[in-house]
Design a protein around this ligand. Structure first.
Ligand SMILES: C[S@@+](CC[C@H](N)C(=O)[O-])C[C@H]1O[C@@H](n2cnc3c(N)ncnc32)[C@H](O)[C@@H]1O
Length: 261
């Protein structure tokens, strides 16, 4: 039976790698590295650097593949036919990689950004490949340091306040649905629209604080925190400059509503 590790590699800092991840590196024969778009070159180089550091024996193979882009223009809902189609195309690629690049009795690894449990579809795709029944394998997941953990650590803050909930959501949802009910701490990922901006212009803007980070854990890291009305224009400027300089950006933030909590 083929074996697969789904390894969370942390959010950009090679020191995020856990001992469990390094052990899993140690018994892997084939590393699958998937990337897309402009960020691909940088993020693939980072993964390869990790392999150089932790597998000096070099006794492994690396298979790189291009992750298909999602058609973000097709439909506003997070779950749309465009998402199903994208997942299907990804499953085709994973199925082919496992069937053609991993011999029986070998162990493969997918190196997943951050933690595989957070806004990542690797686990879902492997389940889909298994359900198709054309290739058999067993897999295990190694948790990683997520960008959310890294963000909180770099800002030296907690995500929740005492005995209160915290919600993790997407920029699209925050923009479309507003600040969620019942929580005062919201972590926002995958935000191409800078959805925080709409809270900065409101009459009650004074009750919001933001803890923002881009390229967290990498040499390009940028951090900004403070009252939203003051921080928002600065973040917008820094974000635009960084995006123009590097061609891509990854940012995450905690939006905190000051109230009784
Ligand atoms: C597809 S999700 C993957 C999340 C990943 N599984 C994790 O645990 O962080 C990509 C989003 O994660 C966030 N992200 C990932 N790495 C980041 C980093 N180094 N700095 C800031 N945000 C990051 C951004 O919001 C980005 O849009």
């Amino acid at each position: 039976m083929r074996k697969i590790h789904v390894i969370g590699i942390g959010a950009g800092d090679p020191d995020h790698l856990t001992l469990q991840a390094v052990k899993a590196f140690g018994d892997t024969d084939v590393f699958f590295i998937l990337g897309k778009g402009e960020e691909k070159v940088d993020l693939v180089a980072l993964r390869r650097g990790m392999l150089d550091a932790h597998r000096p024996d070099g006794a492994y193979r690396v298979v790189e593949a291009r992750d298909p882009e999602r058609d973000r223009k097709a439909g506003g809902a997070d779950y749309s036919p465009a998402v199903d189609d994208w997942r299907g195309r990804r499953a085709d690629i994973y199925e082919r990689l496992i069937a053609e690049e991993l011999r029986a009795e070998e162990t493969g690894a997918f190196l997943v950004w951050g933690d595989p449990a957070l806004y990542d579809s690797t686990i879902g795709i492997l389940e889909e490949v298994l359900a198709r029944g054309s290739v058999e394998f067993d897999y295990a997941v190694v948790p990683g340091i997520s960008s959310v953990s890294a963000l909180a650590a770099r800002h030296r803050t907690g995500l929740n306040r005492v005995a209160r909930p915290v919600q993790i959501t997407t920029g699209r949802r925050l923009a479309d649905e507003g600040f969620p009910d019942g929580v005062d701490d919201v972590v926002v990922m995958l935000d191409a629209r800078q959805a925080f901006g709409r809270f900065a212009d409101r009459d009650d803007a004074g009750i919001y604080e933001i803890y923002w980070g881009a390229y967290i854990g990498t040499p390009d890291e940028i951090l900004v925190s403070g009252p939203l009305a003051e921080a928002a224009p600065r973040i917008e400027r820094l974000r635009a400059e960084a995006r123009a300089r590097k061609g891509w950006i990854m940012d995450t933030y905690l939006l905190r509503r000051r109230g009784d909590g």
